[in-house]
Design a protein around this ligand. Structure first.
Ligand code: SF4
Ligand code: SF4
Length: 62
């Protein structure tokens, strides 16, 4: 199964914008890589709020 929320770790700066705005609270900062990660793909509302707001263009909702 393909991921619904796909995060480009090369582009992500770990700014935390997506983490703050995600209504489902499924995004978190992976402290080791200082990039965003997803806890539970199945809870994503697919409304693309994170995709629109990410300043680095690092999130894609599939
Ligand atoms: S699309 Fe919505 S629910 Fe899914 S990760 Fe982005 S902000 Fe969260
Ligand atoms: S908003 Fe974009 S750059 Fe910032 S933590 Fe989320 S995915 Fe990374």
């Amino acid at each position: 199964m393909n991921d619904i929320v796909s995060i480009n770790k090369e582009l992500c700066t770990g700014c935390g914008v997506c983490i703050k705005i995600c209504p489902q609270q499924i995004l978190y900062l992976d402290k080791e890589s200082n990039t965003c990660s997803v806890s539970d793909q199945t809870k994503c509302d697919k409304l693309r709020g994170c995709e629109r707001r990410c300043p680095a263009g690092a999130i894609r909702i599939n």
